[in-house]
Design a protein around this ligand. Structure first.
Ligand code: NAD
Length: 456
């Protein structure tokens, strides 16, 4: 198996900046100095180091957090010892009921930021503003977002900072989210706001195998033969799932090679053809008895300024990226091939959030993927199906390797990490959504963009 998460020499600047001589030159000239991002390898602990847990008075989350981190075998400390190095800070801000109370965040974080190791994690936990009992509390909880997004821009050294709004009643349903956000699997995710329990908190499974949480699950991945789709297939397979990969007939050779390596199943079909939903559904029904995780990854770009756009460039992009995922989803739902504890995961893009010149067709389709999350997450909550999406920023794939050099270099550096992400970073985020313990994680669009300046 090829090693996941490493793309030697795709970014020669970052490679040079990390050599001893290159690093000295970069520092002397004040050039961007992209940190080395730590990524997870099988057998490594969920969190490599100590988590310091703090709380504002009256918080409801610190107790459940400590208990859930213990089940993940994560070392938790509630007091800092002198000179102790910390991997992560977790602050329960759910007890903050007005603007004046926000100072608790500053008092907790400021003295500890210099004790953080490289690739540190900071997670602030709050109550969704719309679930607060008073206006000052709602305002203060909303204010947490400005704090986390700013600290994410300051922390440096490959560190990340996130805000998690935990719905009332979902306190016991945050273990998979803590594991993801506090560990190296979230290497390229920063400055994000995640909601847990937005539609209640269905009970998750009693115990999940931490190394192989998807054992016994079937995962459909479209566009699986290369790039991000290949990484998704590899990570879901690593986590125990049987992967059913879909790609266009012209990619059938690569798809079949990968699926046989992963002991999965290959379906060579163009997802935009009229019989694609039926062919996919039939394979899932007869070959696998249904599906548990559906990842709509296949996507294309046909970039042109709108003034020069041809109808086929528009139609193809919107149909591959949005029309086909919608038709396939509806078909699987109608036939109850995807049901209780199912996961639907879209692949959007920061272009779908920020817009992008020359990508009106693509950005329309990718904003539509966010619409799919908005429309389906509430509708499917009673069926215990979660719906989420990732919105990748600049990811090192054949797609971005084809960009003109200057645009590519700007895309790589315009984020808090000073580098592009890897396909595995998108795949790990999808694996967190897919995890059986993520049953209360629904309705989220999480950017995997190193906190890109675009659309921030
Ligand atoms: P890629 O071009 O390397 O891979 C896309 C895959 O989808 C290919 O295997 C392709 O054959 C398949 N595909 C295309 N049309 C299809 C169809 N009609 N039926 C079945 N399969 C089809 O692209 P990638 O960079 O790996 O992107 C994967 C996803 O991530 C896409 O949805 C893309 O829009 C999104 N994305 C990528 C980036 C990035 O920086 N690479 C950023 C944001 C979003």
């Amino acid at each position: 198996m090829r090693e996941m998460g490493h793309t030697p020499m795709r970014d020669p600047y970052r490679f040079l900046a990390q050599t001893p001589v290159g690093n000295r030159v970069v520092k002397q000239l004040g050039l961007p100095n992209p940190p080395r991002l730590q990524r997870w390898t099988p057998g490594a602990p969920v969190v490599d180091g100590t988590v310091l847990l703090g709380s504002a008075d009256g918080g409801r989350l610190a107790g459940p957090v400590a208990a859930q981190l213990r089940t993940l075998a994560v070392p938790v400390s509630q007091e800092t010892e002198a000179a102790q190095r910390l991997r992560a800070l977790v602050f329960d801000a759910s007890g903050v009921t007005g603007p004046a109370g926000l100072v608790a965040l500053q008092e907790f974080c400021t003295p500890r930021l210099r004790s953080l190791e490289p690739n540190a994690r900071v997670v602030v936990l709050g109550t969704p503003p719309d679930a607060c009992g008073s206006t000052p509390a709602a305002v203060a909880q909303r204010a947490l977002e400005g704090f986390t997004r700013s600290l994410a821009k300051e922390i440096g050294h490959g560190g990340t900072v996130q805000l998690v709004y935990v719905g009332v009643g979902a306190e016991q349903a945050i273990s998979s989210t803590l594991a993801f956000l506090l560990g190296p699997k979230s290497a390229y995710v920063s400055g994000q706001v995640v909601r847990v329990g937005a539609f209640g908190a269905p009970a998750g499974p009693a115990a999940v195998d931490l190394e192989q949480p998807l054992t016994g699950k079937v995962a459909l991945v479209t566009g699986a033969s290369r790039g991000i789709g290949e990484a998704i297939a590899r990570v879901l397979s690593r986590d125990g799932a049987t992967v059913v990969g879909v790609d266009v007939p012209s990619a059938a050779g690569d798809l079949e090679t990968l699926m046989s390596e992963l002991t999965g199943d290959a379906v060579a079909v163009d997802i935009t053809t009229s019989d694609a939903p039926t062919r996919i559904a039939d394979r899932l029904r007869h070959g696998h008895g249904g599906v548990d995780v559906v990842v709509h990854n296949a996507g294309i770009t046909r970039d042109k300024k709108l003034a020069n756009m041809q109808a086929d460039g528009w139609t193809a992009t919107v149909d591959v990226n949005l029309g086909a995922p919608l038709r396939i989803t509806e078909s699987l739902l109608e036939q109850h091939l995807l049901d209780a504890d199912g996961r639907i995961i879209g692949v959007s893009s920061i272009a779908g959030i920020a817009g992008n010149a020359g990508q009106a067709n693509y950005a329309t389709s990718k904003a539509g993927v966010i619409g799919l999350v908005d429309a389906l997450s509430g509708r499917l909550a009673p069926r215990r199906i979660t719906v989420n999406a990732v919105a990748p920023g600049f990811i090192e794939t054949p797609m971005t390797a084809r960009m003109p050099m200057v645009i590519r270099e700007v895309g790589r550096r315009m984020n808090s990490m000073g580098q592009g992400g890897l396909p595995v970073d998108v795949a790990e985020t999808i694996a967190w959504f897919a995890n059986p313990s993520s049953s209360a994680v629904s309705g989220n669009v999480v950017r995997v963009c190193g906190q890109s300046l675009l659309g921030a």
